[in-house]
Design a binder for this molecule. Structure first.
Ligand SMILES: [Zn+2]
Length: 297
């Protein structure tokens, strides 16, 4: 058995020598010039196969990991523990779109598949058990996203005007309370503008905020609102979502005021576009509210 290396020096008994003694040029010459080619070639194939057998499961698991990452790990996620000790995950999608995962159930709030350059492929998401839509504006109500997330058993809960636009949906008005399941209750609460000149955006009584109680964990999703007096009645909130953009919802100062009234344990400013929300954690530090800034632009 011989091998020709790049300097044309013949060496013998390759199998006893480490593979790094081969030069590429020598190997090419050898592969084309000798009857022993097949034998040596097989030797390399065997080595490659052997390595592949070792590496393949690793590669497959990496690919599988990559596939699993596609949805749940694409967005920032916060985990909470519910009353019975189960994990509830909140995935920050965009603007007012929130995904909640709890005990194998999927809840979507105001799912919107396209905002500016940002798109979300809801067809790749798990189908929703419940979809909540606060009101009919384009950055909250999106029939394409709803369709992509829906299956036969999906229940859509919304305000009157959204249900009229979609042609279906369970309608809730401000003050309504609905027990949807033994682990899920929803309350519809007021969401409206109070600043002169802004009242037309969200007139009182038309739109909803929602309080979801999921296995004891109370989540307040304010919808498009300013800091309204009714917020004083919103109690025992674990997680709150408060909007922060002008002229449609609150200023930073209004949001801070609202947060001090509601006093949630954790607060996500959301629906904030280009508002500088990075100052909010410091402003609510003394109030003991854990403010978390996520990608809800
Ligand atoms: Zn709106």
């Amino acid at each position: 058995m011989f091998l020709c290396d790049g300097s044309y020096i013949w060496r013998k008994n390759v199998f006893g020598i480490c593979p790094q003694t081969y030069s590429l040029r020598g190997l090419r010459l050898f592969l084309t010039a000798s009857k022993n080619v097949v034998f040596l070639h097989d030797f390399f194939i065997q080595k490659i196969m052997k390595n592949t057998i070792i590496i393949l499961p690793l590669l497959l698991s990496l690919v599988a990991c990559g596939q699993n990452r596609s949805i749940s790990d694409l967005y920032e996620t916060d985990s909470f523990t519910t009353k019975s000790g189960k994990t509830l995950k909140i995935h920050a999608l965009i603007h007012s779109s929130i995904r909640i995962e709890f005990d194998g159930k999927e809840i979507e709030i105001d799912p919107v598949h396209k905002l500016g350059d940002f798109t979300i492929d809801f067809a790749a998401f798990p189908k929703a058990d419940y979809i909540f839509v606060t009101h009919e504006h384009f950055d909250h109500l999106d029939s394409i996203a709803i369709q992509a997330l829906s299956q036969k058993t999906t229940q859509l809960v919304t305000n009157r005007r959204s249900a009229d636009q979609l042609g279906y949906g369970t309608v809730m008005a401000n003050g309504d309370r609905l027990v949807l399941n033994d682990w899920l209750t929803v309350e519809a609460v007021p969401a409206y503008n109070t600043t002169a000149g802004h009242l037309q955006f969200h007139p009182k009584g038309r739109d909803n905020g929602f309080i979801l109680t999921i296995d004891g964990l109370r989540i307040y999703i304010a919808g498009d609102t300013e800091d309204i007096p009714e917020m004083a009645d919103i109690k025992d909130i674990d997680v709150a979502f408060l909007p922060c953009n002008q002229p449609y919802t609150m200023t930073v100062e209004q949001l801070v005021r609202a947060a001090k009234i509601i006093r949630p344990k954790v607060l996500f400013p959301y629906h904030y576009n280009k508002t500088k929300v990075s100052v909010i954690p410091e402003l609510l530090k003394e109030a003991g509210i854990d403010v978390r800034i996520r990608h809800y632009e």
